[in-house]
Design a protein around this ligand. Structure first.
Ligand code: SPV
Ligand code: MG
Length: 672
C-alpha cells in the first residue's frame, strides 16, 4: 500500500501560522506536527512509500521531511498551479505514481487518533471515515450513505448524510476507477473541473465500493484555523494521558503478544499487570520464570509504560486502583473459564465509564509450540525436583494427589476446576505404596521392590511435569536407603517420605489391628542422617513420617520423635492418624508449631477427611496429600463394569458408564 498525502493547499485561514511553512508543519503537541504525526503512524503501520503533493514552500517541506528521517520513501510532486486549482489537480499531477496501487489517502491537515487510523488500515474494503455521532458540519465534508456504502461526498449534502473526513483506504480497483474519473475531469478542458473537489469526480461513478468507517466521537479532524488547532491539541493531550491496562500470565513472549501490546500502547499509557506466581500456577502450570523476571521481561518491551503485579485472576483490585480508560484483551476469553473474569472486568469498567477493547487474538500454533517446550523443560529432573520446595514457599500450603501409573499421572497433571473466577489444580503427585502395590495386585508390605517402584515413577514422569512426592515406606535398611535417595534424586523426585517403622511394615490404616513395630528414635535418626548425606542437591527433601498416633503411643512420643527427626536433618515432618476426628492432628500441629515455625508439616487426611485445605493452612499444615482416592474410585468402577458384562452376556449395558473413546484419546496426547 502507498500513502498519498495532499499538501498543496495554501492554508491561508491559519494566518501567521502558515506564513513560513505549509499547514502540515503546524505543531500540534510538544514537538509533534500534523505531518510528523501522520508519517509516524504511516511508517508504524509498515507503509514504506508516500507520495506527497506540494505547492507553496515545497522546498521547506522537503527539507523538513528529510530532517524527520522517517523510515519511509517520500516522492514529492509539486502542483505547479497550486494557487489556481484544487487538490483534484494535485492528484492528477501525481497520477503516474498512484496507478494500480492500494492507496491510503489523507489530507495534509488531518489529525486522527491511533485507533481510528488502525481501523482504516485494517479495513478489508475501501473505506472513508465518517461519524455517526458528530453533528453535521455546515461547511465541511458530509457523506451520503446508501445501502451501507458511500454514495456521495461533498459539503452540500444534508440528507442521509454523516459528518465525514477525507481519510480513505482505497483498494486498487476502487482507486483506479476514481483516479480515472479524476483524469477525465482534469483533461476535460473545463477549468472549473480542476478547481472542484476530487470527490466531485468520485460522486459520478456508479456502484462504488467504498464503505463508511465510523469513528464516532474519536479524534479525526481537519485543522483549518487556529481555533481548530486549539481543540485538536487539547484533545490530543487528553488522548496521550489515557490509561490502558492489560494482564499477562505468560513466561514466554511470542509475536502474538508483541502485536497486541503494540496495539494496546496505541490507545494510551499502557500498564501491564503481571500475574503473581501463585495465580499462574493455580490456573496454568508452574511458571518457568518467577514473578520478578516476568515483570522485568515486560518492562523491557517498548511501549510499556508501567508493570504492576496482579495477584489474582480477577482484575478487580487493579482496575479499582488504576481506573484505566481501556482494558485490552484478546477476543479469546468470551467463552470458557475466563468468561466470569471478563464479565467482572466489564462490570467494574461500567462503574466509571472505562471501556473493554478486544482485539482478534489467536495464539494458535506459536503458543502450542512454546507451551510444549515449557512443559518439556518443566519435566526435566533438575527443573522438576526443586519445584516442590518452591511451591511450598510460594503458596504456604500445597496439595498432592496419588498417582500410580501414567494414566493416573495424567489425571493428577491435567485436572482443573474453575471456581469463583479462579482455577484450582493439584500442585504435586504422591506415589503411594498402597496404590502402587494395589495396582499390581499385591499387599502394601514393601513387597513391591524398589526397582518396580522406580519403574512406576518413570512411567508417571514420562507424561507429566508436576513435582513428585514418593512414599518410601520404611526406607528399608539404612545401607539400602542411601541408594534409594540417590536414585530418586537423580530421577527428579522432589521428596521421599519414610515412616518410623521397622520389620514387616503393614499399611498404617490397619493401626493396632495388626502387628507393627515402631523404629527406635536413634536408629531412625541415623537413617535420616545417612539419607541427607547421600543426596547431592539442596532441592531434594527427606520427610520423616511419625506413626506414634497410628500405633497409639501418644502425643508426647509423636512430638519427641518430630523434634529428634528434624534435629537429625529431616526437611519435613508427616504426622499420620487414622481417627475420623482431626483433633489429635490439630493438637500435634499446634504443639509442634509452638517450637518449630518453619519445618513443613505433611498430612494425609484419608480418615479425617472433613477438614478443608483452607483450615489446614490456617493451622500451619504445608502439604495435604490425597493418598488413595483415584485407586479407590477406579477399582469399584472397573469391578462394576466386569459384573455388568457377565450379567448381560455382552458389553452394551455398560456403555453408559464407559468414557467415550474420543475422551480417552484427548486425555492421552500423542507426541508429534
Ligand atoms: C500410602 O498411601 O501408601 C500411605 C498413606 O502410606 S496410608 O495409606 O494412609 O498409610
Ligand atoms: Mg504407604
Amino acid at each position: 500500500m502507498i500513502a498519498l498525502i495532499l499538501n498543496s493547499g495554501l492554508g491561508s485561514r491559519m494566518g501567521v501560522l502558515t506564513s513560513e511553512h505549509p499547514k502540515c508543519m503546524t505543531e500540534i503537541s510538544g514537538k509533534e506536527t500534523i505531518l510528523s504525526r501522520q508519517l509516524k503512524l504511516i511508517s508504524d503501520a509498515g507503509i514504506e512509500e508516500v507520495v506527497m503533493t506540494t505547492g507553496a514552500f515545497d522546498g521547506v517541506l522537503a527539507n523538513y521531511c528529510k530532517e524527520l528521517d522517517m523510515p519511509v520513501k517520500i516522492t514529492f510532486v509539486k502542483n505547479p498551479v497550486y494557487d489556481k486549482t484544487n487538490y483534484i489537480y494535485s492528484i492528477y499531477c501525481a497520477r503516474e505514481y498512484l496507478k494500480d496501487k492500494d492507496v491510503l489517502l489523507m489530507h495534509g491537515d488531518l489529525v486522527f487518533e491511533n485507533s481510528v487510523f488502525d481501523e482504516v488500515i485494517e479495513s478489508e474494503n475501501s473505506c472513508m471515515t465518517v461519524s455517526s455521532t458528530l453533528p453535521l458540519p455546515e461547511k465541511d465534508f458530509k457523506a451520503v450513505i446508501k445501502d451501507g456504502k458511500i454514495e456521495k461526498v461533498g459539503i452540500e449534502f444534508f440528507n442521509d448524510a454523516y459528518a465525514a473526513q477525507p481519510l480513505y483506504k482505497l483498494m486498487k480497483d476502487d482507486w483506479n476507477r476514481w483516479l480515472g474519473a479524476i483524469e477525465a475531469y482534469c483533461e476535460s478542458g473545463d477549468e472549473a473541473k480542476k478547481k472542484c473537489y476530487a470527490e466531485n469526480a468520485l460522486n459520478e461513478l456508479e456502484g462504488k465500493n467504498i464503505y463508511p468507517l465510523d469513528f464516532t466521537d474519536r479524534l479525526c479532524a481537519e485543522i483549518d484555523d487556529p481555533s481548530d488547532l486549539a481543540v485538536v491539541s487539547s484533545k490530543l493531550k487528553e488522548i496521550e494521558n489515557r490509561k490502558v491496562y492489560m494482564c499477562f500470565s505468560t513466561d514466554m513472549i511470542h509475536s502474538g503478544h508483541i502485536s497486541i501490546i503494540k496495539k494496546a500502547a496505541r490507545l494510551g499509557k499502557l500498564t501491564i499487570g503481571v500475574l503473581s506466581d501463585e495465580a499462574v500456577a493455580s490456573y496454568k502450570r508452574f511458571p518457568l520464570l518467577p514473578f520478578s523476571e516476568r515483570k522485568a521481561m515486560f518492562e523491557s518491551i517498548s511501549g510499556v509504560h508501567d508493570v504492576v503485579e496482579q495477584k489474582t485472576l480477577s482484575y478487580r483490585e487493579n482496575l479499582e486502583k488504576l481506573r484505566p480508560d481501556f482494558v485490552v484483551h484478546g477476543d479469546d476469553w468470551t467463552e470458557g473459564f475466563q468468561r466470569p473474569i471478563r464479565d467482572e472486568v466489564t462490570s467494574v469498567l461500567a462503574q466509571y465509564g472505562g471501556r473493554l477493547v478486544e482485539f482478534p487474538y489467536s495464539s494458535g500454533d506459536k503458543f502450542k509450540e512454546l507451551e510444549k517446550r515449557a512443559r518439556a523443560d518443566l519435566s526435566m529432573p533438575d527443573m522438576r525436583r526443586g519445584r516442590l520446595k518452591k511451591a511450598i514457599a510460594m503458596k504456604g500450603t500445597i496439595t498432592a494427589i496419588e498417582a500410580h501409573s501414567g494414566l493416573t499421572g495424567l489425571i493428577a497433571e491435567n485436572t482443573v476446576v474453575y471456581q469463583d473466577g479462579g482455577a484450582r489444580q493439584f500442585d504435586a503427585m504422591w506415589i503411594s505404596s498402597l496404590c502402587d502395590s494395589t495396582a499390581k495386585g499385591k499387599p502394601d508390605i514393601e513387597l513391591v521392590d524398589m526397582t518396580s517402584r522406580f519403574r512406576t515413577i518413570d512411567d508417571i514422569m514420562e507424561v507429566t511435569t508436576k513435582p513428585i512426592i514418593f512414599d518410601g515406606d520404611t526406607g528399608g535398611l539404612t545401607e539400602h536407603f542411601v541408594y534409594t535417595v540417590k536414585t530418586l534424586e537423580r530421577m527428579g523426585v522432589s521428596m521421599v517420605i519414610i515412616e518410623d517403622k521397622t520389620g514387616l511394615k503393614k499399611n498404617s490404616l490397619f493401626g493396632t489391628e495388626v502387628k507393627q513395630t515402631q523404629a527406635d528414635i536413634p536408629d531412625f535418626c541415623e537413617k535420616i542422617r545417612a539419607g541427607k548425606k547421600a543426596q547431592k542437591t539442596a532441592d531434594f527433601m527427606i520427610c520423616a513420617r511419625i506413626e506414634s498416633l497410628i500405633l497409639e503411643r501418644g502425643m508426647d512420643d509423636a512430638l519427641e520423635r518430630a523434634f529428634a527427626f528434624t534435629d537429625a536433618g529431616a526437611d519435613a515432618i508427616m504426622i499420620h492418624s487414622r481417627k475420623k476426628e482431626p483433633d489429635e492432628i490439630f493438637k500435634f500441629v499446634e504443639l509442634f508449631r509452638e517450637k518449630d515455625k518453619t519445618t513443613p508439616i505433611v498430612v494425609v487426611p484419608t480418615s479425617f477427611n472433613t477438614v478443608t485445605e483452607e483450615e489446614f493452612k490456617e493451622r500451619g499444615v504445608n502439604v495435604v496429600i490425597y493418598a488413595n482416592q483415584l485407586t479407590r474410585t477406579g477399582f469399584p468402577a472397573m469391578q462394576n463394569a466386569a459384573k455388568m458384562i457377565l450379567e448381560h452376556h455382552r458389553a452394551k449395558e455398560c456403555d453408559d458408564i464407559c468414557m467415550p473413546f474420543k475422551e480417552i484419546i484427548t486425555l492421552i496426547p500423542e507426541e508429534n
